[in-house]
Design a protein around this ligand. Structure first.
Ligand SMILES: *Cc1c(COP(=O)(O)O)cnc(C)c1O
Length: 416
């Protein structure tokens, strides 16, 4: 029997064969992958994982693919950085940054979900892949499709950052800029997906795609020496990543890889697009769609597909959610860079900003083992910080000029 049992409706529980489908035909609920945990339990172990490849594919037993012909075999297993300086600044004894700014090959967490989605898409016989994206997803789909020799269409909103547009074009997929926001792009793509027999990674392949996010939970636990953190702070766009980190932690528990799950799951959004965090703070279990207006474009989904499940996971874990202003996003980016030497994109600024707020509110305590998920690279969103970092000192090429600039005399002001 295969480790993958079926696709199952998250609402009514009806099961389907694991094909390229994503909604239940009975109740329109979203489908997710169901595994044979009994069978997996017989083969998986800490030791086997530790001896696996130096990538997220060491967790292949818990990923929805059947072959070993992996597209994107180097994704994941990014550093878990002990953030002593930022921890001291915020007043947390044990703070870690899960650093997906250096993910392979396109510098964001999306390389995890895309390697799973494209591997599965090819298994299912697709030759053309596509996606609706807020930026990072398109970059990753375009890069992986190029390497795999698959045809590719990526759909993005027309107001994306320059590096994210170029970061598509360089791989030569068909790049379609849609005059509208992500929710418009997504609606259009749902129609196109119905007409053309393509693998849309976040539409008809979504149940498989989403599973790739679990590897962020698996890796964190392994890198902590098989401990679950007390607190996780996670950025939310559709809310999928957050729900899958929660699912991943519980899978590890069910398989005996960890003794307990004590993690509080905390969700982070930008105020200019915070439908999920706003609902949480109002004590609602449903969100109201919004029109996004924020510099955190990678998180700008006004009608988040997994918003309801993100609210549920956070409540179950007794965690919290919050949102930050665009100014706080920029502050967060600078703080992380200047304390830990990690240059994150705007989503990282959202995470650090919300982490800061949760500490201030006493929801994250000094003694809590805390992990902040930094999901994208700052070189892709330079527009957000270009006016907030000052300028270089510009000098004539002479010693005197240099010393004058730094108000140094001869043989003074040095470190030696
Ligand atoms: C896509 C993305 C996320 C999270 O997306 P979800 O839709 O919530 O899974 C977080 N950070 C970055 C940088 C992203 O590109």
């Amino acid at each position: 029997m295969s480790k993958m049992k079926a696709l199952v409706c998250r609402e009514c529980g009806k099961e389907y064969p694991p094909k390229a489908i994503h909604v239940c035909e009975m109740c329109f609920g979203p489908l997710e992958v169901k595994y044979n945990y009994e069978e997996i339990k017989g083969t998986i172990s800490r030791k086997k994982i530790e001896q696996g490849p130096n990538s997220m594919w060491r967790y292949i037993d818990l990923l929805p693919v059947e072959s070993t012909a992996i597209i994107g075999p180097h994704a994941g297993l990014t550093p878990l950085v002990r953030a002593k300086n930022l921890g001291a600044f915020l007043g947390i004894d044990e703070l870690y940054i899960k650093n997906d700014t250096v993910n392979h090959p396109t510098l964001s967490f999306k390389d995890r979900v895309v390697s799973v989605a494209l591997t599965r898409a090819r298994e299912l016989g697709f030759e053309t892949v596509a996606c609706a994206s807020t930026g990072n997803l398109a970059n990753s789909v375009a890069a992986h499709a190029a390497a795999a020799g698959m045809k590719c269409y990526v759909f993005i909103p027309a107001d994306l950052e320059a590096a994210k547009v170029l970061g598509n074009l360089i791989y030569k997929p068909n790049v379609v800029e849609v005059e509208g926001n992500y929710d418009d792009v997504n609606r259009l793509c749902s129609e196109i997906a119905g007409e053309h027999g393509w693998a849309f990674v976040n539409i008809n392949i979504r149940p498989y795609y989403a599973e790739g996010s679990k590897t962020l939970a698996f890796e964190t636990v392994e890198q902590l020496g098989w401990r679950t953190p007390d607190q996780a702070v996670i950025p939310m766009a559709s809310g999928s990543l957050l729900t899958k980190i929660w699912k991943g932690l519980h899978e590890m528990h069910a398989l005996g890889l960890v003794d307990s799950v004590r993690t509080k799951i905390n969700g982070a959004q930008a105020e200019g697009c915070s439908p999920i965090a706003t609902a949480f703070k109002a004590g609602r279990d449903f969100f109201k769609p919004v029109k996004p207006k924020t510099i955190a474009k990678s998180l700008a989904i006004g009608n988040p597909a997994d918003g309801y499940y993100a609210l549920k996971a956070t409540a179950e874990s007794k965690g919290a959610m919050d949102a930050v202003t665009d100014e706080e996003v920029v502050e967060g980016i600078k703080l992380l860079a200047q304390t830990e030497g990690i240059f994150a994109e705007t989503a990282g600024g959202v995470t650090i900003g919300v982490l800061r707020k949760l500490v201030k509110q006493g929801l994250i305590k000094k003694s809590d083992l805390t992990v902040a998920y930094i999901t994208g690279n700052g070189l892709k969103t330079q527009e957000a910080v270009v006016d907030a970092v000052g300028r270089p000192f510009r000098i004539q090429p002479s010693l005197v000029n240099f010393q004058k600039t730094f108000k140094m005399g001869k043989n003074s002001g040095g470190d030696s």
